[in-house]
Design a protein around this ligand. Structure first.
Ligand code: SF4
Length: 347
């Protein structure tokens, strides 16, 4: 099931292949990093539709991620991990025959073993902004970044030919801190099976239509989803829907002029400044009273015509890392739920 291949020298383009293409054996070859992408987008890539080039901001994010990979691996080494990073100029490629018609290929970032003991595992390095980093720590990679887990699973089978624990190492790009999560072998196996289930219909589509650029698979995502909004084939796939969606969004929101928005910022900053001083004075007074109450050794006292109470509250913390290691993603979903809301912050 697995083959490994040393990439040719001068392999600057090793990471820049299209997400899918037809190889010389007539197989559909999909990049491991895109294996759980929209199957219609993979079809567009394989059949030669031109993707929109990434804009400058997206390129900067991509290059930042690549530049920080060795930083994360060195940080792991300093903490006692045995790490074998990929050679940037001659990365070891893996090729995995996932379905009869679909091969997955890619280049693992590194392999390594944890401090003291352990089996050699694939290490998949990611960089995230602070909120995505926090979300990953809380929910675990299978829920927050299932694509990364699928990628690590594909590399694990491609390199070792079996399920093994896989390591996702993530750096918070704002704080420059890193953390890791071990995905146990049985969950690596399930991630591989999910990826196989995802790509099997695409292989069947290829078997029945051949490499026909006009025979498109169904869309996996809907206009307005983040997947479609960041898809390089959006203009080809959903030209009308995407514009319509943006228009609908605009008409649903109340109309606010730029002038009104500027006035709102000024009003917000003035209100915040007006609150700052009394809030500071309140905090200082409460700190004084807390120290006094503790010295008194009493929880309640009458003072200057007021009742002052020392209220003790207990906070409970969840060790998400241990929770994520113990429970699979489906069980975690029932325990750690997620709510999203929009708010505005003015700095
Ligand atoms: S625009 Fe959306 S549905 Fe169309 S190919 Fe891209 S991700 Fe898939």
């Amino acid at each position: 099931m697995k083959e490994t291949a040393d990439a040719p020298a001068a392999n600057a383009g090793a990471y820049d292949r299209p997400n899918a293409r037809f190889d010389w054996e007539g197989q559909l070859e999909v990049r491991a990093s895109a294996a759980t992408s929209c199957r219609r987008a993979l079809w567009y890539a394989a059949t030669g539709h031109e993707p929109a080039p990434p804009d400058d901001a997206a390129l900067t994010v991509l290059e930042t991620g690549r530049a920080l990979e060795p930083v994360v691996l060195r940080a792991m080494q300093r903490e006692g991990w045995e790490v074998a990073p990929a050679d940037a100029t001659r990365p070891t490629g893996v090729v995995l025959q996932l379905t009869p018609m679909v091969k997955v290929t890619g280049h693992p970032d590194a392999t390594g073993t944890p401090p003291l003991f352990g089996e050699e595992s694939v290490i998949e390095v990611k960089t995230r902004g602070p909120s995505a980093f926090k979300r990953w720590q809380t929910l675990g990679a299978e829920r927050s970044h299932p694509d990364s887990v699928a990628q690590a699973a594909l590399y694990t089978y491609g390199l070792f030919g079996e399920a093994r624990d896989a390591v996702i190492a993530v750096m918070d790009t704002a704080e420059r801190t890193w953390d890791h999560e071990v995905i146990p072998a049985e969950r690596v196996e399930r991630a591989l099976e999910r990826t196989r289930d995802w790509l099997t219909p695409l292989g069947a589509h290829y078997a029945s239509h051949g490499a026909d650029p006009e025979a498109l698979p169904d869309r996996d995502f809907e206009a307005g989803s983040w997947r479609c909004n960041s898809c390089p084939f959006l203009a080809t796939c959903l030209p009308g829907d995407a514009e319509e969606d943006a228009e609908t969004l605009q008409t649903e929101e109340p109309e606010v002029s730029d002038e009104e928005a500027r006035a709102a910022v000024v009003a917000y900053v003035a209100a915040r400044e007006a609150l700052r001083e009394p809030e500071g004075a309140k905090r200082q007074a409460l700190d004084t009273l807390k120290a006094w109450m503790r010295r008194q050794g009493s929880a309640k006292a009458e003072l200057a015509d007021h009742t002052v109470s020392l209220v003790r509250s207990t906070r409970y913390a969840v060790d998400h890392k241990r929770l994520n290691a113990l429970l699979d993603a489906e069980t975690r979903k029932e325990i750690v739920t997620e709510q999203t809301s929009d708010s505005v912050r003015v700095n």
